[in-house]
Design a protein around this ligand. Sequence first.
Ligand code: CA
Length: 181
Amino acid sequence: MRLLLVEDDARLSARLRSDLQQAGFAVDVADNGVDAEFMGESEPYDVVVLDLGLPGRPGLEVLRHWRAAENPMPVLILTARDAWHEKVEGFKAGADDYLSKPFHVAELLARLQALLRRGVARPPGPLRVAGLELDEDAQTARVLATGAIFELTGTEFRLLRYLMRHPGQLLSKSRLTEYVY
Ligand code: CA
């Protein structure tokens, strides 16, 4: 299970990363909102732990952008203690669950497992856009109309996957370059 941990408190982040890895997650870490948003839209995470108070771009804005792009990955937000308005705003922005700081790691793990069980993750099965089907395990693309299968290089695969995840969107050259390389 791939998890994106977004937390700017370096000590908390390091501790959580190690606990989450021990629990079996493959963890990527972002310490600001801009990187977090980019990573969340580029990689197929199974679940995200998102702190709201972040440098660069607030967590709520990051979450709103993901949801506006119809990214359905489950997101658990970390809120300040007793900040009920953060929870309300978080759910409105598309959060699936929340945890108030400080919290016990055992509760975080239990909530993440519950989210994953609920299966709000990306829909199963291959990615299909505009008559093309992408097989993410075999790194091949199939033309649905003819059944023709194309083997892709690593770069081709990453580029095509990114384009298929953002259908109908205008993507700048710099953004594509940043993602692919
Ligand atoms: Ca913070």
